[in-house]
Design a protein around this ligand. Structure first.
Ligand SMILES: Cc1cc2nc3c(=O)[nH]c(=O)nc-3n(C[C@H](O)[C@H](O)[C@H](O)COP(=O)(O)OP(=O)(O)OC[C@H]3O[C@@H](n4cnc5c(N)ncnc54)[C@H](O)[C@@H]3O)c2cc1C
Length: 312
């Protein structure tokens, strides 16, 4: 019996979420197979990266030009074929962007249930996941023979490395799905760390005026931090939704989260409350963010941010 992990990757690098999925899978005590589905140019490098993740016992590599687009339709059908030919008990990936697209498609193909965004594995068939922005935890039991799961990557620390590489097996690719094609992928390229992987994240809210944003970017550069925002900031069109933190955005658990001019609405806290240390700067001493912050500065961001830059 084995667990199949659908690897996630960007620009030829395995994402940290894949290593977190391996950590989650280790608690099942089965063999761990990592499935790489990628273009021919990076499939081999990715397979080698996966082979050295601690706990991985086999890497299955599917390489084909059309897999470069990572369309859910192609990935789900390919995964279904792999699941059918092996003796798998679990198939899992993170509940990030890829997991939200691929896992429901796979569940529909298999006509089976799926537990999404789980944060804890209680037993081999029992999983815990948060609902209502984390105010409640639901315990779900899956009865299906092959259990489909998506994990919240920030709830599982990324697996380390092993000295001996796991074997890599090539798997024949299926033809592409001709009904769907990728028209365009857009987004700004940033030299900053990715939000879900950054050790330090600076979040800013409506309390930060447009004129203050360059200073926040300066502070982020000093700390090698990623920048996230509240929904109010996105609605004001001061930042794009890819930087949104919270219930309807990204969920992060960095070592340090600095909240600038953020009130601390429950929907925002849902995305950042697992941060190891939270520092909040707000001019209102009664702002709810101070209830969750480890360190609070009651002050104006227009004074505090330049002072921090000066200090660093
Ligand atoms: C269904 C639903 C889903 C949602 N999902 C999300 C989500 O995923 N993420 C999210 O963030 N929000 C989400 N929201 C919105 C959320 O409820 C809040 O409205 C939002 O988070 C508030 O953003 P804010 O803290 O930037 O703004 P505000 O609530 O307006 O707070 C601004 C803060 O800045 C402080 N401030 C003002 N000026 C200064 C200054 N000069 N110096 C220091 N402090 C200052 C103020 O005291 C205040 O506390 C959702 C809402 C709904 C209904």
């Amino acid at each position: 019996m084995a667990t199949l992990i659908l690897a996630e990757h960007v620009e030829g690098r395995l994402s940290e979420a894949t290593r977190s999925a391996v950590t989650a899978a280790r608690s099942f005590g089965c063999d761990i197979h990592v499935l790489i589905m990628a273009s021919e140019t990076c499939a081999e490098t990715l397979s080698q990266q996966a082979a050295f993740i601690e706990g991985v016992t086999r890497v299955l590599c599917v390489a084909a030009p059309h897999l470069e687009t990572q369309l859910a339709e192609d990935l789900a059908v390919q995964t279904q074929t792999v699941l059918e030919r092996g003796s798998y008990r679990y198939a899992l990936m993170s509940s990030g962007y890829e997991g939200k697209r691929v896992m429901p498609y796979l569940a529909a193909l298999r006509n089976t249930d799926l537990v999404t965004d789980l944060i804890k594995i209680e037993e081999e068939d029992t999983f815990v996941r948060p609902v209502y922005a984390g105010s409640l935890l639901v315990v779900e039991r899956l009865k299906s023979a092959v259990k489909l799961l998506s994990i919240r990557a920030s709830a599982f620390s990324p697996a380390g490395l092993q000295a001996m590489a796991a074997p890599i097996e090539m798997v024949a690719p299926l033809p592409p799905n001709l009904a769907v094609r990728l028209v365009e992928r857009s987004g700004k390229h940033s030299s900053r760390p990715e939000l879900s992987q950054a050790r330090i994240v600076i979040g800013y809210g409506l309390g930060v005026g447009k004129n203050e944003v360059p200073n926040i970017e300066k502070l982020a550069d000093k700390l090698n931090a990623a920048i996230g925002v509240t929904r109010a900031v996105v609605e004001e069109e001061m930042a794009s939704s890819e930087f949104l933190l919270g219930q309807t955005g990204k969920i992060i658990a960095p070592e340090l989260y600095i909240a600038l001019g953020i009130s601390g609405a429950v929907q925002h806290l849902a995305g950042i409350k697992d941060s190891k240390v939270i520092v909040a700067v707000n001019k209102d001493p009664n702002a709810p963010i101070f209830q969750i912050a480890n360190y609070g500065i009651v002050g104006d961001v227009r004074d505090v941010v330049p002072a921090l830059i000066e200090l660093l």
